[in-house]
Design a protein around this ligand. Structure first.
Ligand code: AMP
Ligand code: ZN
Length: 473
């Protein structure tokens, strides 16, 4: 497979550290609110990547953190502690909020057919590991104590801005903008590993440490969780593009300083879902959730198809009109799959030919929209239905559109509707026959009453030389 690596800023042949095995780490959600469909775009495309790697034969182990502590996270974060804000908003404890939104996150993922990672680790469960890594960073001079906090010293690194294809000055300004200037820092890009003196005075969760009672910085959780479950050499690290800096940059800094050797080989970043008003963000108040899509009558699979139709490295603009189009396309696709019979045996030679286009598309930096085109090619191909069904089943282990499942449901629905309509037809025919008999026996009052009853049911009866015929009006 060829994959774009944000660290080298080019497409590279994907070669994991250990042949046949992939260790994959994903930055999980900050659980102070529901995930919006922008967040879920990132998880959805990462899910396709994982599914493709499994399809390609790799033995994948995927790990994800849950940010239930750590507050200097992403979007415009110079106000309150996000977890605490959520707890106040809902009159719950921070841990209740974390549990509730963790469950809600995985429920949304299930609706979008996003597989739960092999390991899911909440950040609060790893305090001893953070302390151990920070202790070593202090011992080796990569970290320093100032004003009660422990900071990572970015000046100790030969190269800090790993993902920086823009200019360094801008990134430094970015740091200054998103996190208030901290007089304790030796260098502007330095970041906190452990807080004891935080601007969030009413911090709910605190732990004892060699540097005083406090809590970890945001970035340390991903380094430690990844190293604990996936070892010292990571193949693949994923996240939304906004995570590249400062979060992933800081993860690399502290992980490599701690390990003393290169850490993660490939960095996979999903670009943003925007609304016509700009980037979708949880902290902007109103935002779009999977439940909202469902309330408006959209199957979450329509959103999945919407995401698959564009490349993960392009930002995507959401509009209801675009989603309507994806919904129509999805329903048509399901109907076409439902129309396939189960007859025949799979033509292996033809199947192999049709598979090439799909494999090439996905294997070329996860080109999902061409992958979907390859699926349409199968539906159009001159092969029997059994071959088509087998290929669709196989492609859908990657695309995750639940096509065969939903096609079976559609067929079942149509069968039930047809038999209901047959039963209805029999009832109508019985009434028409009764009317004919009444007319024959000159009971015109009864015949008229039955005609009126049928009219009320939306049935029109016409007497023809061949006898009465009826139709729905
Ligand atoms: P958070 O819950 O804020 O930590 O974000 C969870 C994931 O969603 C991270 O990987 C972010 O990079 C990603 N993300 C945030 N906003 C968007 C967006 N508008 N579109 C796509 N991914 C996003
Ligand atoms: Zn992370």
């Amino acid at each position: 497979m060829v994959l774009y690596n944000s660290a080298s800023r080019q497409k590279e042949e994907f070669v994991p550290y250990e042949p046949g095995k992939v260790s994959m780490y994903t930055c999980g959600p900050t659980v102070y609110h529901f995930a919006h469909i922008g967040n879920l775009r990132s998880y959805l495309m990462e899910d396709v990547l994982e599914k493709y790697l499994r399809y390609a034969g790799y033995d994948v182990t995927r790990v994800m953190n849950i940010t239930d502590v750590g507050h200097l996270a992403s979007d415009a974060d110079n106000g309150e502690d996000k977890m605490l804000k959520g707890a106040k908003r809902e009159h719950k404890t921070v841990m209740e909020i974390a549990q509730f939104y963790t469950d809600a996150f995985f429920a949304d993922c299930a609706k979008l057919n996003i597989k739960t990672p092999d390991v899911v680790q909440p950040a609060t469960g790893m305090i001893p590991e953070y302390i151990q890594v920070i202790t070593k960073l202090l011992e080796t001079g990569y970290a320093y104590l100032a004003g009660g906090n422990v900071y990572f010293d970015t000046s100790k690194l030969a190269k800090y801005y790993v993902f920086n294809d823009h200019d360094e000055e801008n990134l430094v300004v970015g740091v200054r903008d998103s996190v208030e200037e901290d007089a304790n820092k030796r260098n502007k890009a330095d970041f906190v590993l452990w807080f004891t003196k935080s601007k969030f005075e009413d911090q709910a969760l605190k732990w004892d440490s060699p540097w005083g009672v406090g809590y970890p910085g945001w970035h340390i959780e991903c380094s430690c969780i990844s190293m604990k479950y996936l070892g010292e050499r990571l193949d693949l690290h994923c996240g939304g593009i906004d995570n590249a800096f400062p979060h992933h940059t800081n993860e690399i800094a502290q992980s490599e300083a701690y390990l003393g050797h290169p850490w993660c080989k490939y960095w996979f970043h999903v670009h943003h879902l925007n609304t016509t008003g700009g980037k979708m963000s949880k902290s902007k108040g109103e935002f779009l959730t999977v439940s909202l899509l469902e309330e408006k009558g959209f199957d979450p699979m329509a959103y999945r198809l919407f995401c698959l139709q564009s490349h993960y490295r392009k930002s995507l603009t959401f509009s209801w009109e675009n989603l309507d189009n994806a919904k129509a396309a999805y329903e048509k696709l399901v109907a076409r799959v439902a129309a396939l019979t189960e007859e025949g045996t799979v033509d292996e030679t033809a199947a192999a030919g049709l598979k090439v286009r799909f494999d090439e598309a996905l294997g070329n930096d996860l080109n999902t929209s061409l992958g979907v085109t390859a699926l349409y090619d199968v539906l159009k191909a001159e092969v029997n239905d059994a071959t088509k069904r087998a290929l669709i089943a196989s492609f859908d282990t990657v695309l995750g559109l639940r096509l065969l499942e939903h096609a079976a449901e559609l067929r079942e629905k149509e069968k039930t509707a047809a038999s209901a309509s047959n039963e209805g037809d029999a009832e109508i025919q019985a009434l028409v026959d009764e009317r004919t008999a009444a007319k024959k026996s000159k009971d015109f009052a009864k015949a008229d009453a039955i005609r009126a009853q049928l009219a009320e049911m939306g049935i029109e009866v016409t007497d023809t030389p061949q006898g009465p015929v009826w139709k729905r009006i």
